[in-house]
Design a protein around this ligand. Structure first.
Ligand code: EPZ
Length: 430
């Protein structure tokens, strides 16, 4: 199996380009099912999750072709309504097929995705929303069977214990755009990925008001047409690269990104004293090596993103002083912590808080990636460590970061993809 070997201690320098956003592209791919006309989707990152979604659309009957390395053409002339377990279990985001299937064929049979390592991830709010739209729902043999023959516009409230739901909002939106009448979605998620989906649906002829706010009003139309749509840049990849520059005390310009999609991260980094220069499409980090610790609480957008919490924890673990990182979206999303501890980080968990006593130098070790963002945190820690770090189960990283080691190597990092057989025996069995 592939392993990333990182020789830490190199200061990153230069320019790096951000890829298209995985979490915007996935629901946008699903939305192509809403029309029988072809859709061209551009600026799509080359990632395993995108290929899974393409495979599911193909199984549902769409013709899915790659136009070039970043563009896909999807034509869903005639589609089935059943997304099977063997594909859905590979990627939780497949739940966002329910909305477009209901919109287009008024029926959806999508396998329940099952457990997730970052904590419980129910879809009760999605289902409550579909029920409000007049659907009848049954769970049978591991599948959510939804009958949408009586669908009509309605008022739908999507707030939950941890705020709104990103894919839940995407699902209700995609069902509502082809449902007769007016649907008002209250407590809608306003993440940039949801806004991007709204723009794509509008490009297909959907009638949506309130885009970017917590109240979306959809006027159902009879049909949608094809579109040619570019996906937004990946704000989480951009944030991870900014944090990589900070943790290596580097001088890096992160390009082709949207700083306005990362208000809370940039605010926290400024508070910690990191010199940043912003344009509309780039952020330059010019570290002076003098960061102060900051406390961070994750919240739905525009709050600090949960998907950058692990990476921020890695930065705080090398920043002298005490910081408290509080996770409000997935209260037990701390799988990166025991691995960072193996590298010498002083972090303790109390409930949904990570208490980080930063400042010590990290030391490289063999570590295990457990999910996408935990893996990214380990890469950052490895870049700052004073000896070799070996990151195992790197397929987690490949789900969400396009060519991450190439991008970091171009900035001066010493990273190589090797085999787990290359890990020195004395590190595994001293
Ligand atoms: C999206 O997941 C992202 N995934 C996640 O990215 C991200 O962490 C998350 O939003 C939060 O920003 C994709 O876009 C593909 P939610 P989603 O529904 O939509 C609770 C990554 O690393 N909830 O907004 O599934 C839920 O348990 C990932 O790229 C319910 O209780 O997340 C959580 O506490 C992982 N009932 C909170 O709401 C529901 O029906 C927010 O989850 C739905 C959600």
């Amino acid at each position: 199996m592939d392993v990333l070997r990182i020789r830490g201690g190199k200061r990153l320098q230069g320019e790096v380009t951000v890829s298209g956003a995985k979490n915007a592209a996935l629901p946008i791919f699903a939305a192509t099912l809403l029309t029988e006309e072809p859709c061209i989707i551009r600026n799509v990152p080359d990632l395993s999750d995108i290929r899974f979604m393409a495979e599911i659309l193909d199984k549902l009957g769409a013709t899915v072709e790659r136009e070039d390395s970043r563009s896909w053409r999807i034509e869903a002339k005639k589609i089935a309504s059943r997304a099977p377990y063997e594909l859905v279990r590979k990627m939780r985001a497949s739940v966002c097929l329910m909305g477009p299937l209901l919109g287009r064929v008024r029926a959806s049979s999508v396998s329940l995705p099952g457990g997730c390592v970052i904590g419980p991830r129910p879809i009760d709010i999605h289902l409550k929303g579909f029920a409000k739209l007049g659907c009848s729902i049954e769970i049978a043999k591991g599948y959510v069977e939804i009958d949408g023959r009586n669908m009509r516009g309605a008022d739908v409230f999507l707030g939950g214990r941890h705020g709104s739901t990103v894919l839940g909002t995407a699902n209700i939106l995609m069902a509502a755009v082809l449902t007769p009448g007016r649907t008002r979605i209250e407590s809608a998620a306003c993440e940039p990925e949801v806004v991007d989906l709204c723009h794509m649906l509008q490009a297909m002829g959907a009638k949506i008001e309130g885009v970017g706010s917590h109240a979306l009003v959809v006027e159902g139309v009879e049909r949608l047409h094809g579109c040619d749509y570019p996906v937004i840049p990946d704000r989480i990849e951009a944030g991870t690269l900014i944090l990589a520059a900070a943790i290596t005390e580097g001088d890096v310009t992160v390009k082709d990104m949207r700083p306005d999609h990362l208000p809370a991260l940039l605010d926290k980094l400024e508070e910690s004293g990191l010199p940043l220069t912003l344009t509309d499409e780039s952020v330059r980090v010019r570290s002076n090596g003098q960061l102060k610790p900051v406390d961070v609480i994750t919240h739905p957008h525009p709050g600090f993103p949960t998907d950058l919490q692990a990476q921020m924890s890695a930065l705080m673990s090398v920043t002298p002083g005490l910081s408290i990182i509080t996770e409000k979206i997935y209260p037990s999303r701390f799988m990166h912590v025991p691995e960072l501890q193996r590298m010498g980080a002083d972090i303790s968990i109390e409930g949904s808080n990570a208490i980080v006593k930063g400042g010590g130098r990290l030391s490289g070790a063999p570590v295990m990636a457990s999910d996408l963002r935990a893996s990214a945190a380990l890469v950052l820690a490895g870049l700052a460590a004073n000896s070799d770090t070996w990151i195992q189960r790197v397929y987690h990283l490949d789900r969400g970061y396009e060519k991450i080691e190439d991008k970091l190597v171009a900035l001066g990092a010493d990273i190589e993809r090797v085999s787990d057989r290359d890990i020195p025996n004395d590190l595994i069995d001293p």
